[in-house]
Design a protein around this ligand. Structure first.
Ligand code: UN1
Length: 512
């Protein structure tokens, strides 16, 4: 199913400008470092051009963030929470504006765009609560008259590098937590989504004004790779939190490590769901279709592999193929649309290439893969999500293709399913659909799923902010968002205090 009409670029530009204006965003003045074209994947057209941050400006912004840190780190954490509380309020007020910008720039359907803004509001609430709970431990000292404890202190400037697919939520997970932890933030958003970034930065600036926080708590760098490299190589940036491809992570990780900076990496996923014979198939179909075709397959957590028991494989694949046939592809602003455009025609080319390779490996495309609305928008990339039955987990299945391709593999024993599941380089999200507690627990056990996220009877995507988010292996090992992920944004000091008149040495050592 395809919706027919698409909005035109001029109408989208007007809508984006109005949203930016309401958020209080002023577009940066002309600069010398070249221009960044803000494009929309809805039509492939250019909305606006923005000046890129020059190297000198980036340097000054990092210095401003560092200077603000020196002040901000001494503000009591619950008072730092007031800034994030105000940010959360402003995000709620401008929810529609921001969601509109997310749809225009990232192509998300409206309800997913609203969900992304809700994720920002949720993390602000979480961070405000956290601002009164940055707990350290007290340990039992082995020496009389001594107290042993740990304190958590602000870390420094946090460099946030984010991707197009969650243009604002990932920024907010990092920024809301970093701010209550006493850090300041310099953000390098994806060059594909600069307008949503400008809008968020304006709201945070207003929150800082309203709550008396230093203006330098947040700075925005607009540009490409060079801007990201500034953050990676600058010793004033204490933590680099980067979301993107494994290729990007392979460069960022060693460069930050070379200067002994800290890194938090959120890289690719190749997420799978195991479906056992006892699964509730109605529920499984819904969970699978949302995770695999939702966001046009462009989440890190998108479902890319289905590992299904051979007894239920035919029935399940037929039902998925049927459900895919009902998915309206088209203008993401239309309330009925469930699949918006891919971010670019290059993303479609990568998808087409993956499908070709899969077929050469003996795979059978059961549905989808064909481009839609090509005449209406030749520069855009609308596509029907694809399902491919594979004879084996070949090299292409082990790769992450950032597009809606779901590979179906079959298994006989749960052991075999888990081997297939873990037999890829990435380790972000995973799930099992089953009614058997034994199977579910087996999947969640130490020798079960090797991912950072392991679910039962829900899909791989759509994680809540309350849990720590991230994954293992080539996914990079970082954790963001909820639980105790805040610790990555602080430094720990171990404190031993002697309140006795004596000086007993640890381990019973005698000296002097
Ligand atoms: C990402 O795809 O980069 O779990 C983040 C999810 C979202 C976040 C995904 N809450 O799908």
């Amino acid at each position: 199913m395809t919706t027919t009409a698409l909005p035109d670029t001029d109408a989208l530009r007007a809508r984006a400008e109005q949203a930016l204006h309401r958020c209080g965003a002023r577009l940066p003045a002309e600069g010398a470092a070249g221009h960044l074209a803000a494009r929309t994947p809805l039509t492939g057209g250019t909305l606006l051009t923005l000046p890129m941050t020059t190297s000198e400006d980036a340097d000054a912004m990092i210095a401003e963030a560092r200077a603000a840190f020196l002040e901000w780190r001494t503000v009591p954490a619950p008072r730092r929470g007031a800034l994030v509380k105000r940010l959360g309020e402003l995000l709620s007020i401008h929810k529609e504006d921001l969601a509109g910008l997310v749809t225009i720039e990232a192509g998300k359907i409206h309800s997913e765009a609203l969900g992304e803004v809700q994720e920002m509001i949720d993390i602000c609430e979480f961070a405000v609560g956290l601002s009164r709970q940055l707990y350290g431990r007290t340990m039992a000292s082995e020496r009389p008259g001594h107290r042993l404890s740990e304190s958590w202190h602000p870390l420094g400037v946090v460099g946030v590098i984010s991707a197009f697919n969650f243009p604002v939520a990932v920024w907010s997970w990092n920024t809301a937590i970093a701010l209550v932890c006493g850090d300041t933030v310099v953000w390098k958003p994806s060059e594909l989504t600069p307008l949503t970034a400008v809008a968020c930065a304006a709201l945070l600036r207003r929150a800082a004004e309203d709550t008396g926080a230093p203006d330098g708590v947040h700075r925005l760098l607009l540009g490409g790779r060079e801007c990201g490299e500034r953050l990676v190589d600058d010793p004033r940036v204490a933590l680099v939190s980067a979301t993107g491809s494994v290729r990007m992570g392979r460069e960022v990780g060693p460069r930050v490590a070379a200067r002994f900076g800290r890194c938090l990496l959120e890289l690719g996923g190749n997420n799978a769901a195991v479906v056992t014979p006892s699964a509730d198939l109605d529920l499984a179909v819904r969970g699978i279709v949302f995770s695999a075709a939702g966001t046009a397959g462009q989440r890190c957590t998108s479902l890319r592999r289905l590992i299904v028991h051979e007894e239920v494989a035919d029935e399940l694949t037929q039902r998925i193929v049927h459900a895919y046939g009902q998915l309206p592809v088209g203008d993401p602003f239309q309330p009925d649309t469930l699949v918006g455009p891919l971010i670019s025609t290059a993303a479609y080319d990568a998808m087409a290439k993956a499908l070709e390779t899969a077929q050469a490996d003996g795979g059978k495309v059961l549905t989808g893969g064909d481009r839609q609305l090509r005449e209406a928008a030749p520069e855009a990339a609308y596509v029907r999500p694809a399902v491919v039955r594979m004879p084996a987990q070949t090299a292409i299945v082990r790769e992450e293709t950032f597009a809606p391709v779901l590979y179906v593999l079959t298994y006989r024993t749960l052991h075999e399913a888990i081997e297939l599941h873990n037999g890829v380089p990435q380790g972000l999200s995973s799930s099992i659909f089953t009614r058997s507690q034994r199977e579910a627990e087996r999947f969640l056990a130490a020798d079960g799923s090797d991912c950072g996220i392991a679910n039962v009877n829900i899909g791989t995507s759509g994680a809540e902010i309350g849990g720590a988010f991230g994954g293992e292996k080539e996914t990079g090992g970082g954790r963001e968002s909820g639980s105790d992920a805040w610790r990555a944004y602080m430094r720990r000091a171990t404190n031993t205090v002697n309140y006795s008149d004596d000086l007993p040495l640890a381990q019973g050592v005698n000296f002097l």
